[in-house]
Design a protein around this ligand. Sequence first.
Ligand code: SF4
Length: 207
Amino acid sequence: MAHQIPTDGTLLPLMEEFYTIQGEGYNTGKAAYFIRLGGCDVGCHWCDVKESWDAESHPLTHADEIVAKADTYPGRAVVITGGEPLIYNMDYLTAKLQEKKILTFIETSGAYPLSGSWDWICLSPKKFKAPRPDITPLANELKVIVFNKSDFMWAEKYAESVSPTCKLYLQPEWSKRNEVTPLIIDYVMANPKWEISLQTHKFLNIP
Ligand code: SF4
């Protein structure tokens, strides 16, 4: 039976939650509680969490329950990811986390309207479903996944629409890392406004 997901954001399809180290982007190396929500229709062919796509296969969980678990860990930051978390209303969950003095970080493709109160917005635009133009200026971090050479030009297009303080990252797509990492190294040396982001959690063998 289809999930009846209330629009107030109190119930969310939770795929998994775990305490770990943020492996990529600006917050690399920081302890954080990951909240992975099910549901995504962006359709990246190289997606490494395809199990997240079907929201129906993940149990609807009360946001209070998620916050209570996040609150048991010494690391005072959560990374809300997916799937595409902005399919859902994030206002309730993020307000409750911030009440507990837990920092709220999001990883989003930007394909859905922004909701929630965020301490850090990582925008990772995807070719398969473009980010909304109203979300790009709000990003604290632009993280472009590089799958092939043409992605550099595509990345530059988004670098023009983010704020001047937005951090810019190029990250090799994992299955292509041997091929594209040397290209990213050369690109960043020639264009130092960009930095490299690596999926260090995969090298460390942690979730
Ligand atoms: Fe996978 Fe993220 Fe792309 Fe959705 S946006 S298909 S979860 S990589």
